[in-house]
Design a protein around this ligand. Structure first.
Ligand code: KG4
Ligand code: ZN
Length: 321
């Protein structure tokens, strides 16, 4: 299927994109709801779903117009079917179904986590096998991809996801939502050795970030105001990055695979990107920052490489995975 329209509504970004052959990003449109949810300190599902509903048609038409294509130029339409917020996923699925039905196009369902990994196929020649470090707001996993279609999870977080830890620590430091980009910026001005935070002692390829978050909280409680936020951000980021890089390199070494792939919102983090690239003996792939966080180009790419054909009767994942 050469030209695919992808739709993404799993959380707080309404996104649509046109991708050719799973590799060539033709156009991408995205409406972020971050400003809307900022005052609540996190995403409010009902507000998110209603906002998707208002935005979705314009975003899809915007992507199609920017691509210089019409409905009849499409060979398929894809949407995220999970994991994500059920009310927001349903908005994207309804839109994709309507297009598929009225234009008589194949409808393709995409897993959001696989889609993050597939962002790495856009504008590159990447091919499996590789080890992926998937670090988003909801998931933290090390996954071995022997082929395009599915991966074997080698380890994952036992509690908070890496992005969740960034968001919670940012809130603690008064940096607002989402916390990742704010900590990324501030950490560049701080001393990563100012505070010694624990990595979380979990064997194998699993992770734990809740102890780290609590350690930052205890430290903040003891400190005088104003807080040395840049040093706290840098020391926290150092602890997160150290464990992510160490375990990913260990997996690459033990499986003897020739490539490492970073995926998910936290893959936009500058220290993570540069530390792993410096230390890896094999090439490291990571998407451009705007393709690390939620977008629809990755959905269209995933539809090409590992999508699942849907019927008009299919739904979204009803459980979180
Ligand atoms: O993949 P994503 O856009 O959404 C989910 O599927 O969860 O990831 C969002 C997460 C948020 O927790 C956000 O704070 C984090 O990615 N994030 C970052 C950066 N940009 C976004 N974390 C660290 N550094 C960044 N530059
Ligand atoms: Zn995501």
């Amino acid at each position: 299927m050469p030209v695919i329209l992808g739709v993404e509504t799993s959380c707080d970004e309404t996104a649509a994109a046109v991708v050719r052959d799973g590799r060539e990003l033709v156009s991408s449109r995205l409406l972020s709801q971050v400003d809307l949810h900022q005052k609540y300190g996190g995403v409010v599902p009902e507000v998110a779903a209603r906002t998707h509903l208002e935005a979705i048609n314009n975003v899809i038409e915007g992507a199609l117009n920017a691509a210089g294509r019409t409905w009849s130029d499409l060979d398929g339409v894809a949407c995220t079917v999970g994991p994500g917020l059920v009310g927001t996923l349903l908005v994207g699925l309804a839109a994709a179904k309507a297009i598929a039905w009225s234009c008589e196009l194949p409808l393709i369902g995409v897993d959001h986590l696989l889609a993050h990994v597939c962002a790495n196929y856009l504008n590159t020649d990447l091919e499996p096998p590789f080890v992926a470090l998937l670090v988003s707001g909801g998931h933290t996993q090390i996954v071995h991809f022997a082929d395009y279609r599915s991966g074997r999870v080698l380890g994952q977080t036992l509690d908070d996801a890496a992005g969740e830890a960034y968001d919670k620590v940012a809130r603690l430091l008064g940096l607002g939502y989402p916390g990742g980009p704010a900590i990324d910026r501030l950490a560049a001005e701080g001393d990563p050795r100012a505070f010694k935070f624990p990595e979380g002692l979990v064997p194998g390829y699993d992770f734990s970030f809740s102890g780290l978050k609590t350690a930052v909280l205890r430290c903040v409680e003891k400190l005088d105001k104003p807080l040395p936020v840049a040093d706290l951000a840098a020391s926290f980021q150092e602890a997160v990055t150290r464990v992510l890089v160490r375990k990913t390199l260990q997996a690459q070494h033990e499986l003897a695979v020739g490539r490492i792939v970073l995926a998910g919102g936290v893959a936009a983090n500058r220290q993570l990107r540069s530390d792993i690239e410096q230390r890896s003996p094999v090439p490291v792939y990571f998407p451009s920052p705007d393709l690390c966080t939620d977008n629809a180009a990755m959905v269209a790419a995933a539809a090409h490489f590992c999508g699942r054909p849907l019927t008009l009767g299919d739904g979204v994942y009803s459980r979180q995975r």
